[in-house]
Design a protein around this ligand. Structure first.
Ligand SMILES: Nc1ncnc2c1ncn2[C@@H]1O[C@H](COP(=O)(O)OP(=O)(O)O)[C@@H](O)[C@H]1O
Ligand SMILES: [Mg+2]
Length: 384
């Protein structure tokens, strides 16, 4: 995949004309530790000749903590689940009247220099859901990935399905229980979801990394599962369980007038009988290496590969996607692809599925980072 040199070498504000890239990670969601691990991977892979990385960790209370460029010097507390410590000198982004985006100290107002582009490596609420994207729009600073609307729609499992359905994609049967519906008449809500049959998947509408998700196989478990999901989000989505292989496809935006690109698909194989896991839960995702396997490319007939790639791009367009997204499907025994979800900031460690799928398709992790930063600068902010 060739890129034009002028697009990839714009003059930046950093030393030697390098682009100053504000790498944001951590954040207020439960996926904070994963994001810290991702930041290390991205910073190690960024081309130091072209980019001056400015890493800023967002704490679980939302404070911005400026950290040195070398992740090895951070010594984040938390062991396997690292977290950004509270800063003594919190930072914020400030749009100057000259139109530059300065990183400044909240308390003293001291400038830590201008940044050219932001790489938000955040997952979940207050990172991947349009709120941070809104803040970056207000600061008029270009950033990698989806804008406000696509981020918000991609975070909400109810509205995501509404958008997919409207675009003609096949979604599985589901019911949504709003906070008001649950508090006003829980029996009616239970009756409604029980009509979907068993098993059910009960999920917080806006979470991620499988947090708060329960697979329900008896009617008695429904209420407990809804209450568990509500610990993460008062809005709950309940889906009929779908029997099928989990097939994912990576989408990368096109340059200029070119259409978005889809990678070779990958497959999540959850090893049944491997202890606790009967679906791709948090532990299987991050903590138990033997519980699930990422297989790429997925073993699919050529026709199915072309079809899932086309559906993935359709899903990306359905939510007004930009930059990148991972689109996840169930491939049913009758050969249908039922869409499960879109992730506008998918797992992005060097061994995550999204980069792995691009690697297999011919784009390395450092090249992927270059592509994403180039796309962000090409797009700019505001209406476009
Ligand atoms: N309707 C469903 N039918 C079968 N399995 C499901 C269903 N919904 C979720 N799962 C299983 O649960 C996992 C997590 O659900 P998902 O909706 O992808 O949540 P998250 O956004 O947290 O990744 C999926 O990867 C899959 O293994
Ligand atoms: Mg998922």
């Amino acid at each position: 995949m060739s890129t034009e040199p002028d697009r990839n070498h714009p003059a930046g504000s950093g030393d030697g004309g390098r682009l100053r890239v504000l790498v944001l990670f951590g954040g207020r969601s439960s996926e904070h530790p994963i994001s810290c691990i991702t930041a290390t991977g991205v910073l190690n892979a960024m081309d130091a000749e072209r980019y001056e990385a400015v890493p800023v960790g967002i704490t679980q209370t939302g404070q911005w903590h400026g950290l040195g460029p070398d992740p090895q010097s951070w010594n984040l507390p938390g062991g396997d689940l690292p977290r950004v410590p509270e800063p003594t000198d919190p930072l914020t982004l400030h749009l100057t009247s000259a139109g530059t985006h300065e990183l400044v100290s909240v308390t003293s107002g001291t400038s830590h220099g201008a940044v050219d582009v932001v790489f938000p490596l955040l997952h979940g609420p207050f990172g991947e859901d349009g709120t941070l994207q809104g803040e970056l729009e207000m600061a008029a600073v270009p950033y990698v990935g989806a804008g406000v609307l696509a981020s918000a729609v991609g975070m909400d499992k109810h509205f995501m399905k509404v958008a997919f359905q409207a675009a003609g994609l096949q979604v599985g049967p589901w019911e949504t229980i709003t906070d008001r519906q649950w508090r006003a008449d829980p029996e009616a809500a239970v009756e409604r979801v029980a009509a979907l049959g068993l098993p059910l998947f009960v999920k917080p509408a806006r979470a991620g990394s499988s947090f708060g998700i329960t697979r329900v196989s008896t009617p008695e478990e429904i209420v407990g599962a809804i209450e568990e999901a509500r610990r993460f989000d008062p809005k709950v989505v309940v889906e009929a369980g779908i029997a099928g292989r989990e097939i994912e496809c990576a989408v990368l935006d096109g340059h200029g007038l070119s259409a978005p690109r889809a990678s070779l698909p990958g497959e999540i194989v959850v090893h049944e009988g491997s202890g606790e896991h009967d679906f791709y839960d948090f532990q299987a995702k991050y903590q138990d290496n033997s519980a699930a396997e990422l297989s790429c490319p997925a073993d699919l007939p050529r026709e199915a590969v072309a079809r899932v790639q086309q559906l993935a791009v359709q899903a990306f367009d359905a939510v007004d996607g930009e930059g990148l997204s991972r689109v996840d499907f169930f491939y049913t025994p009758d050969g249908s692809f039922i869409i499960n979800e879109i992730n506008t900031m998918p797992g992005f460690t060097p061994i995550s599925m999204y980069p792995a799928m691009w690697e297999r398709t011919g784009l390395s992790y450092p090249e992927l980072i270059d592509e994403l930063l180039a796309l962000a600068l090409e797009r700019g902010t505001g209406l476009h």
